[in-house]
Design a protein around this ligand. Structure first.
Ligand SMILES: CSC[C@H]1O[C@H](OP(=O)(O)O)[C@H](O)[C@@H]1O
Length: 337
């Protein structure tokens, strides 16, 4: 399953997307033949997920170059599409730099996609070292191949644990209001034959209280230098629950999600989305007419609540003083972390 593909002529130049707003019922391909249509797809979450947005941002700039349109303006338009996932700007700026230096922008966009595929495999390997046998894992939102390269980020850890026979069960937070967990993570879990159950976000606490969660794994949209983690709204409460119940809370993200310009979580812009995403369900209003609604798309988990950050370069744990220095070596070297 490819969430995003570049189309060369004669089909392209274009970017083919698996329209995630139509999943899980319909697998519809959306073909973006210009940057405005890609920006609209990013804003509607037809394409989403921090690392995948980095890939999309890169191909968006490459598309502008292939079409002979204003590449700088295209990059700025793509970067403005969503504010929180640092990867979007990172991917667009990296391809823009290649173009400015006279290098092939499409080759650079392909390189980003290949690197994120490789990163996913390594995060799965490193993440596996943190998974106990018979683990009941809880995850939030969607962090699979619909959100990143390869098998994803946190979901790559889940797939690795399943293949190693260490995963007893996957708890999937539905992830209101856009239901990335119920619609997308459940879709991916079924494709992998992973035993799972979907739960209302507000049921997670009762699972912790019943001792039914051994590990929490989530993705990230931006990680600040103090290890504050911006991720889908509802992540912070899970970190507090995990801390209270002594359950490891693990973030899985490629180094393209780290923002050295964000000193603390307070420096991370939080996207505010249309209140109608809260007040309407399935096209039906579920609140009194004209009810106001609060709809932040992300929250920030402070670093002291994060047990470990798994990257493609290794595992960051509090054992290394909580700095951004990565533990090197192989995945097995980190087994004891
Ligand atoms: C692979 S981490 C993806 C990250 O992005 C998601 O947000 P959205 O669905 O709004 O793009 C969510 O925060 C995931 O953890």
């Amino acid at each position: 399953m490819k969430a995003l593909r570049w189309l060369d002529p004669p089909e392209g130049p274009a970017i083919a997307l698996l329209d995630q707003t139509r999943l899980p019922d319909e697998e519809v391909t959306l073909v973006c033949r210009d940057v405005p249509s890609l920006v609209a797809a990013i804003r509607s979450l037809a394409v989403r997920g921090a690392p995948l947005l980095g890939i999309a941002g890169g191909y968006g700039v490459a598309l502008a170059a292939a079409l002979g349109t204003d590449v700088q303006a295209a990059a700025e338009e793509v970067i403005r599409a969503r504010p929180t996932a640092v990867n979007l700007g990172w991917g667009a700026r990296r391809v823009l730099s290649a173009y400015a230096e006279g290098r092939d922008p499409l080759a650079e966009a392909h390189a980003i996609a290949a690197e994120e595929d490789e990163a996913s495999g390594r995060m799965g390997e490193y993440g596996l070292t943190l998974v106990p046998d018979g683990a009941r894992v809880l995850t939030h939102c969607n962090t699979g191949a619909l959100a990143a390269g390869g098998h994803g980020t946190a979901f790559a850890l889940v797939v690795a644990a399943h293949r190693a026979g260490r995963l007893k069960h996957l708890w999937v937070d539905e992830t209101r209001p856009l239901l990335q967990g119920a619609r997308l993570t459940a879709y991916e879990a079924r494709r992998h034959g992973i035993p799972y159950a979907v739960l209302p976000d507000n049921a997670a606490g009762s699972l912790f209280a019943a001792g039914e969660v051994d590990l929490v794994v989530v993705g990230a949209d931006r990680i600040a230098r103090d290890h504050s983690v911006a991720n889908k709204i509802g992540t912070y409460p899970l970190a507090v629950l995990a801390h209270h119940h002594g359950v490891p809370f693990v973030v899985v993200a490629p180094t393209s999600t780290f923002d050295p310009d964000a000193r603390t979580g307070g420096d991370i812009p939080i996207e505010r989305r249309d209140p109608a995403e809260v007040t309407f369900i399935g096209g039906r209003r579920v609140v009194p007419e004209e009810s106001p609604a609060y709809n932040p798309a992300f929250d920030v988990t402070p670093g002291h609540l994060v047990t470990a950050i798994v990257t493609e370069q290794g595992v960051i744990t509090r054992a290394n003083g909580g700095n951004l220095g990565l533990l090197g070596g192989t995945a097995s070297d980190n087994a004891g972390q």
